[in-house]
Design a protein around this ligand. Sequence first.
Ligand SMILES: CC(C)(COP(=O)(O)OP(=O)(O)OC[C@H]1O[C@@H](n2cnc3c(N)ncnc32)[C@H](O)[C@@H]1OP(=O)(O)O)[C@@H](O)C(=O)NCCC(=O)NCCS
Length: 394
Amino acid sequence: MGIQEPIIRSYDGVADRGRVEDLERRCEVGPSERVFLFTDTMGDPICRIRNSPMHKMLVAELDNQLVGVIQGSIKLVTFHPNKPPPKDQAKVGYLLGLRVSPLYRRKGIGSSLVRRLEEWFVCNDVDYAYMATEKDNQASAGLFMNKFGYIKFRTPAILVNPVRYRPCRVSSGVEIAKLRIEEAEYLYRKCMASTEFFSHDIDKVLGNKLSLGTWVAYPRGDGLRVGDFGSNGDEMVPSNWAMLSVWNSGELFNLRLGKAPLSCFMYAKSWKLMDRFLPCFKLLPSMPDFFTPFGFYFMYGLHHEGPLSGKLVRNLCQFVHNMAANSSEYSSKNCKVVVTEVGGCDPVKHYIPHWKLLSCSEDLWCIKPLKNDSLHELTKTHPTKSLFVDPREV
Ligand SMILES: CC(C)(COP(=O)(O)OP(=O)(O)OC[C@H]1O[C@@H](n2cnc3c(N)ncnc32)[C@H](O)[C@@H]1OP(=O)(O)O)[C@@H](O)C(=O)NCCC(=O)NCCS
């Protein structure tokens, strides 16, 4: 008897919601010996793509059971930074959230879901399909690279900093100012438009209610008053400055540590012991509880200019940490980590506070051209230092 073909159809928010959430709970993402995070979509499984300009979620059914799910989004980005506009642009389709019920794996269901999403991309004139996974997720890498011909493209670093409920020090020599959305859009289009994967609808990203704002940092006493920054084109931008925006991901979905490596347990345990037996250490930051669902802030659009701007980046990150620690005013009371993702060879990562234990030094981005003529060109592109990671795709 042949293997039964799954039915692949669009997600139905009423009929499928509970079953998709149940599937998500049963799927471990990544290799069993590593940290394993549950995503709690808080009753809205489509939340991770809802904010993208074009999105689709597909489910697979077999024997009346929901056995698989995949999500995808489409947008216009800067793709060939060295070419003049509009040749620098490409339409990209992002595949994410692929899950197949453990009992139904290796029966071709994951492949059927990927194939159908790629068909949707092709119908919508997408130039490149791409996906991100942990580099040691053999099932995912095997499916996309061996079976569907995706190639390794970029290896950004995901940097995670726990929120301690004690403020970090922000240097008194650094001025930090919040930009208006129009000012931020102007600066992003001026300074980051040639960055790989820069989203051309940056105005929509900045204007989204999850985007908490954009901040710039520059040396105090540079002749600029708060509010002047960037207001008169180049004249009002100092020689050293840095900028970033913050996205409240915790408002969409929560994370929870399902399984942690021994080192993580040991670390948490030693903090508890210190707390109990060495009360003088109480002044030290304690390890947040990652085993109950928590939200997080995602820092995106990180840009900096000038030889001394690394220090400004660090101060901006510390400022965001403090904002997260006081996050009740931003309606997310359980923000436990601040996350960012930067190009794998971007030296700025040395200025971004993070814990190695929680971070991932090499996220694997794989890509596949969907139009015949682009494969050769793709293999020739070298990573640019910086990379724009869209907060809507986290
Ligand atoms: C990754 C996943 C979706 C694969 O689903 P699936 O239905 O088992 O995939 P398929 O049966 O279509 O497999 C297609 C190919 O992928 C590769 N593959 C799948 N599982 C694999 C595994 N465990 N180890 C190595 N390669 C694997 C194989 O090349 C396979 O072809 P083959 O069976 O002819 O050898 C599934 O394992 C899963 O849900 N994992 C947990 C969630 C996850 O890691 N998602 C990916 C996040 S990006």
